[in-house]
Design a protein around this ligand. Structure first.
Ligand SMILES: Cc1cc2nc3c(=O)[nH]c(=O)nc-3n(C[C@H](O)[C@H](O)[C@H](O)COP(=O)(O)OP(=O)(O)OC[C@H]3O[C@@H](n4cnc5c(N)ncnc54)[C@H](O)[C@@H]3O)c2cc1C
Ligand SMILES: *[C@@H]1O[C@H](CO)[C@@H](O)[C@H](O)[C@H]1NC(C)=O
Ligand SMILES: *[C@@H]1O[C@H](CO)[C@@H](O)[C@H](O)[C@H]1NC(C)=O
Ligand SMILES: *[C@@H]1O[C@H](CO)[C@@H](O)[C@H](O)[C@H]1NC(C)=O
Ligand SMILES: *[C@@H]1O[C@H](CO)[C@@H](O)[C@H](O)[C@H]1NC(C)=O
Ligand SMILES: *[C@@H]1O[C@H](CO)[C@@H](O)[C@H](O)[C@H]1NC(C)=O
Length: 585
């Protein structure tokens, strides 16, 4: 059995002499990638590039003195992946600044129009605008904006040889500083890596894309797929952390409906990961985040959507409705979401400034239902009827309608603003009506009196069910990394999202949010309703979501990391991101 599939790179570069380099590693006892690695590109002598970069920086020999032989990097040259380890560069005896500088000057020599250093126009245009939250802005040594998988492959070889720090940003919607960014070294920005191909039963999406464009493309073909519920969010980060979608009750996390990942490994190899090839990497990527490689393309299963969907937003602004709202939400989580799996409900409780009115509480709901083939008079259906009927004024003012699938994500995404200060965090509980009400009040009384009037303050607490049907759908596709297989009843991810304007307010708002989490978790625990899972895509920096997947999953992730990233580039050279616990540098 071949563990690593064809190196697409060799094919793409037309290097016939590297086509045979894939080792049949199933025969190896050492769980590491020992096959020869194609180092050279047709027109690139990496040794010469590194030497030129060193000369430019006045650090002659820093990297080049450590290369295995003088032909290292000649076009078509192969060395074994182990040689990268033999170099022992990963011990990094020279400073991260020097490493980052050599990597950046090398990339600039190789890709003058795709690499930008601090202060240049492209740097200013590419860097901060890639990020959603102002809390995540940093100043990497350079930003690299590839437009092809070959660009990324070559860049990874440079990054590995120089031992530079690096990171990768997709849609930039992580709110944690340094998770998709780096202060030293190379920031790889994926926005130039675009392309959507609709195939039969699935679609290929390049990871520079965002959900809005993908769904708009699907709408043209009357198709639907799992993905983000807001158009503005990036494709890669959401999938690699799980991905809660409008179709989650039926089909699990968005990652569960991936057919194939195309990945650039640390040593520059381009591999596919799917149910047949590199199946351990395939499973690891379904929740394992940025720990294994740079994902360059994701193939997602699609379904027909001939009649569109019935969906829209409802705002409940009468606070007397709150108890009824929670009753209906709880009922949906434990009943409707299971009996009509083609429905979805976003139930967010918001405190937001309303122009001309001032700040106020409201329930902001999005109700969704796929319209079945035989339906003549589409509506919310029994699962969502109670929600929709909660308040006649709300129903009248809603955006509920029959529409193409993708337009709901675009409607929600229209309100998404970049450049504010953002905080996201979450924890999990078992579904419970009284607990939901009490968690809401913890949030309400801890946050609103103290911070409700701060400039630009907006706060949300949302309740997202993860049903047993959703978990079963993941198992049916061979399993993911999230560790939820043992769930026997509905759990809920409680998701807190806050935004404000001034950095001066960061400390006090975050202190209160930490208090909300501490009190909430303590209350859930005291009632025996706490679930230890932290959903990675909304998790707080210190909450170790991958650790929350449980030992069996963590052990699989560790094994996959050791195999596919033997030099631990993604553990050690990527300073931020949720790491796999127990792997040291
Ligand atoms: C407004 C908003 C709406 C949201 N809606 C939903 C929703 O409906 N459902 C849901 O599940 N989540 C949702 N989220 C959470 C969302 O899934 C995460 O914020 C996710 O990280 C976004 O992905 P991104 O590509 O935009 O993020 P980025 O910040 O670019 O990346 C997140 C992480 O993934 C890594 N990464 C990015 N690209 C790659 C790659 N190609 N290969 C390897 N690693 C990579 C980054 O280094 C970083 O560690 C929402 C978030 C926001 C802010
Ligand atoms: C690559 O560059 C190095 C350093 O400049 C040089 O010694 C080597 O001969 C070059 N290899 C080829 C094949 O040009
Ligand atoms: C580095 O080496 C080049 C020759 O390869 C030489 O021209 C240059 O002066 C050297 N620079 C330093 C700082 O030693
Ligand atoms: C949505 O409904 C259509 C019928 O209108 C059906 O063909 C399709 O399979 C449904 N989608 C999913 C994800 O089941
Ligand atoms: C929030 O808490 C305040 C007390 O601080 C209370 O008066 C108000 O009714 C609560 N809001 C809701 C929507 O329950
Ligand atoms: C988390 O909250 C944000 C902001 O309200 C919302 O966009 C997102 O959909 C919520 N996620 C879940 C899982 O409810």
């Amino acid at each position: 059995m071949v563990r690593l599939s064809t190196i697409a790179l060799g094919l793409l570069c037309g290097l016939s002499n590297v086509l045979g380099v894939v080792a049949d590693t199933a025969t190896l006892t050492d769980p590491a990638i020992d096959g020869p690695v194609a180092v050279g590109f047709p027109t690139v002598n990496i040794t010469a590039i590194l030497a030129e970069a060193e000369n430019e920086l006045g650090v002659n020999g820093t990297i080049t003195d450590n290369l295995p032989d003088e032909n290292y990097g000649a076009p078509g040259t192969t060395i074994t992946a182990r040689d990268l380890e033999k170099l022992q560069l990963r011990k990094r005896t020279f400073g991260r600044q020097v490493c980052g500088a050599i990597a950046c000057v090398s990339l600039k020599l190789l890709f003058p129009s795709k690499t930008a250093t601090a202060g240049s126009n492209n740097y200013n245009q590419w860097n901060n605008p890639s990020f959603w939250s102002a809390t995540t802005y940093m100043t990497p040594t350079c930003v690299f904006r590839p437009t092809s998988v070959e660009d990324i492959s070559l860049a990874m070889k440079i990054i590995m040889l120089t031992q530079s720090d690096f990171n990768v940003v997709g849609g930039g919607h992580s709110a944690i500083k340094g998770w998709a960014n780096t202060e030293e070294g190379v920031l790889i920005i994926l926005s130039g890596l675009t392309g959507i191909n609709i195939k039969s039963g699935y679609a290929e999406v390049a990871t520079g894309e965002r959900w809005g464009k993908f769904f708009t493309e699907l709408d043209k073909y009357k198709l639907m797929a799992l993905g983000g519920r807001m158009s503005t969010v990036g494709v890669p980060g959401l999938i690699l952390g799980g991905g809660i979608s409008y179709l989650t009750n039926q089909l699990g996390f968005a990652a569960d409906q991936v057919k194939n990942f195309q990945v650039v490994l640390a040593n520059g190899w381009v591999v596919n990961a799917n149910a047949n090839a590199n199946a351990d990497l395939f499973r690891a990527l379904k929740g394992g985040s940025s720990n294994f490689g740079i994902v360059t393309r994701i193939d997602l299963y699609t379904w027909p959507c001939p009649k569109g969907v019935y969906s829209g937003q409802l705002y409940f602004s009468d606070t007397r409705d709150y108890p009824k709202m929670f009753d209906a939400v709880y009922k949906y989580h434990t009943s409707g979401a299971l009996t009509d799996v083609q429905t979805h409900l976003i139930s967010a409780f918001v405190y937001a400034p309303i122009p001309g009115v001032g700040p106020m509480h409201m329930g902001a709901f999005t109700a969704f239902r796929n319209i079945s083939a035989s339906e003549t008079n589409p509506g919310p259906g029994p699962a969502l009827q109670e929600i929709v009927d909660l308040n006649p004024n709300t129903k009248a003012g809603s955006t509920l309608q029959v529409r193409p699938y993708g337009t709901q994500a675009i409607e929600l995404g229209a309100g998404d603003v970049s450049g504010l200060r953002q905080d996201m965090r979450d924890f999990s509980v078992y579904a419970d009506n009284q607990l939901y009400k009490d968690l809401f009040q913890i949030w309400n009384t801890t946050m609103i009196p103290k911070h409700g009037n701060k400039v630009g303050f907006m706060g949300t607490i949302a309740f997202q069910p993860i049903t047993t049907t959703a978990v079963a759908a993941g198992i049916a596709r061979g399993g993911n990394s999230l560790g939820l297989e043992g769930n026997t009843k509905t759990m809920a991810i409680i998701n807190l999202t806050h935004q404000w304007v001034s950095a001066a307010d960061d400390a006090s708002i975050i202190a209160s949010l930490d208090e909300v989490l501490t009190k909430s978790i303590a209350l859930a625990k005291s009632r025996g309703l706490y679930h230890p899972y932290f959903y990675l895509n909304y998790a707080r920096k210190q909450d170790n979501p991958i650790g929350s997947y449980g030992t069996a999953s963590v052990n699989r992730l560790k094994a996959a990391s050791k195999f596919y990233d033997p030099c631990r580039a993604f553990q050690c050279q990527v300073p931020g991101g949720f790491k796999i616990p127990g792997l040291s540098c």
